[in-house]
Design a protein around this ligand. Structure first.
Ligand SMILES: Cc1cc2nc3c(=O)[nH]c(=O)nc-3n(C[C@H](O)[C@H](O)[C@H](O)COP(=O)(O)OP(=O)(O)OC[C@H]3O[C@@H](n4cnc5c(N)ncnc54)[C@H](O)[C@@H]3O)c2cc1C
Length: 449
């Protein structure tokens, strides 16, 4: 039971920890909720929403605390932190999983791995760019149903058969979802016994050759292979290098080796490091991700889907070759082809292209905030002119406004927001000044206006 006495109010000594203790980005927001509540059940979430409605407050939601721009931290709202709402239930007969929203991909896959299963991962409300997304599709396509608490505190199940418009929105609305998800019902897949990878690193001077080659062979690799190209500094004091990585998910060593053959045999000469057919595992890959995104650091991210007809390597030259000195920043190109070429199921998520590009700017000292954030803005100003839109998950609507959905889907989503939350109880998209409210986002390329 959640009531006013279970709220950590602003004058409590526990308030600051409750406000930002679970926020991943160490660049802390200057925004202050009225109070924070940590329900342990869906009924507790419903109580919290009703309490907020009685007090005339908006509610903001935190699941994993991993949004780069700390979207959960909103001025004068009641922050509902779902960190203590925990369950993970696999129905082995049907291969379906019920999971609470704060469960990270890593925890999920550690649990599933023991049962010979896996889930692609990625944050589901915004789509979820999980493992091998280019071939297996968006993680949200594996959402079978969501349990929600609505803006007036009702508990509902949403699936293709009931409350289907909310179910439609739950796959692509991201932080504009007009209710609170308390459980995802997911379809899981069998895990793979042979995860293997080939990694190549070149001096940055070979940037264009390497990215062109990676873009060219990505769709020719078989459907077990995830492909990425990254520029990074091996250490903040060192010069950047360019890396191409190929990870295959297979069930025999021979199949894994065969899947990596194309990359191994055709990679451009001049690499300063090659590691071909290295055995890997999901935990090794999560560990590598953790090293690339260290805790306790300051972050800003931005991203675009580059138009399929652009010369992506030329468009990304500045982004890949001018990484800010003394930082752990990396620029990433992630292949989405061939999934980007297929028609998506009917759901809110509707933006994609062959080329996903994201900048993850990573630094430690607040004195570098201005230098790092203005570098991202400068780079994106040119890159965005070649984009079709962006992914919600790596975006910050306070900084850059663009397209996130096809026009008709954006329109439908904003109408659903008004239908399910006409008073704007659930904090939606955090734009500049937190003004968008029930209207949501405009879904326009600001650079065109
Ligand atoms: C280290 C790191 C790695 C990442 N890797 C990936 C990746 O591989 N793939 C990918 O797709 N993204 C990735 N992201 C992006 C990340 O998934 C998104 O930023 C996402 O929003 C984080 O989800 P969260 O629940 O942790 O966010 P939170 O900060 O907890 O929530 C963000 C907002 O989402 C909405 N929201 C969250 N939970 C709910 C809910 N239960 N009901 C209704 N609304 C809710 C709310 O508006 C909330 O304010 C990564 C981010 C980080 C920091």
């Amino acid at each position: 039971m959640v009531s006013a006495s279970s709220v950590v109010w602003r004058d409590s000594p526990d308030y600051e920890e409750a406000r930002i203790g679970r926020v991943f980005n160490n660049r802390r927001p200057d925004r202050y909720p009225r109070g924070v509540v940590q329900p342990t059940t869906a009924a507790g979430v419903a109580d919290a929403v009703k309490l907020a409605n009685q007090l005339g407050l908006r509610v903001s939601v935190r699941s994993g605390g991993h949004s780069w721009a700390a979207w959960s931290v909103r001025d004068d709202a009641l922050l509902i932190d779902l960190g203590e709402l925990k369950y993970l239930e696999l129905n082995e007969a049907s291969g379906t999983l019920k999971v609470s929203p704060s469960t990270t991909g890593r925890v999920l896959n550690e649990y599933l791995g023991l049962k010979g299963k896996m889930f692609a991962g990625g944050f589901l409300l915004q789509g979820g760019m999980g493992w091998n997304c280019k071939n297996w599709g968006w993680a949200c396509e594996k959402t079978l149903a969501v349990e929600v608490v609505t803006a007036n505190g009702d508990i509902r199940l949403c699936s293709k058969d009931e409350n289907c418009d909310l179910f439609w929105a739950a796959r692509g609305a991201g932080p504009g979802f007009p209710a609170i998800v308390t459980a995802f019902h997911l379809e899981v897949r069998n895990s793979f016994s042979n995860i293997m990878k080939s990694t190549f690193i070149w001096p940055l001077e070979q940037y264009k050759t390497v990215l062109d080659w990676t873009i060219n062979i990505a769709p020719k690799c078989d459907d077990s292979v995830e492909v990425v190209c990254v520029s990074l500094r091996p250490d903040p004091t060192k010069e950047p290098v360019i890396l191409s990585g190929f990870v295959t998910f297979q069930n025999s060593e021979d199949d894994a080796i065969a899947s990596l053959k194309l990359a191994n045999e055709t990679h451009p000469p001049g690499a300063i490091m090659t590691a071909m057919c290295t055995p890997s595992s999901l935990s090794v890959e999560y560990e590598a991700q953790k090293l690339a995104n260290p805790e306790g650091h300051r972050y800003t991210s931005d991203n675009v889907y580059i138009s399929n007809d652009a010369d992506a390597a030329e468009v990304l030259r500045e982004a890949f070759t001018t990484l800010p000195e003394g930082t752990k920043t990396f620029a990433l190109w992630y292949s989405m082809n061939p999934c980007s070429r297929r028609e998506l199921p009917d759901m809110a998520l509707s933006m994609q292209s062959d080329h996903y590009f994201a900048l993850y700017t990573v630094w430690e000292d607040g004195k570098d905030d201005e230098r790092c954030t203005s570098w991202v803005k400068k780079v994106m100003k040119d890159v965005e002119q070649h984009s079709v839109g962006a992914y919600l998950g790596d975006s910050d609507f306070q900084v850059r406004r663009t397209r996130f959905w096809e026009d008709a889907k954006a329109e439908k989503l904003m109408q659903l927001r008004q239908k399910w939350d006409p008073r704007g109880t659930v904090c939606g998209f955090l734009d500049q000044g937190d003004k968008s409210g029930v209207n949501g986002l405009e879904n326009k390329h600001e650079w065109r206006t």
